[in-house]
Design a protein around this ligand. Structure first.
Ligand SMILES: [Zn+2]
Length: 60
């Protein structure tokens, strides 16, 4: 499913894809398509098909 987030480095609004088949709690690393810096993404399925996504900088 597609989720819109704000890059914690450059503030760009970016749509990311969370794979529901990856489990109800997922943590992975993805690079910002705008500034190419790495995010740590944490996605938690709060309801069937509904993910809450948090994005953190890797240098924190
Ligand atoms: Zn960025």
């Amino acid at each position: 499913m597609d989720i819109e987030i704000e890059c914690p480095y450059c503030g760009e609004l970016v749509t990311i894809f969370v794979d529901p088949s990856g489990g109800e709690s997922q943590t992975y690393v993805e690079d910002c398509p705008a500034c190419c810096r790495p995010w740590t993404i944490h996605a938690v399925e709060e309801e069937p098909g509904g993910f809450a996504v948090g994005v953190a900088r890797q240098d924190e």
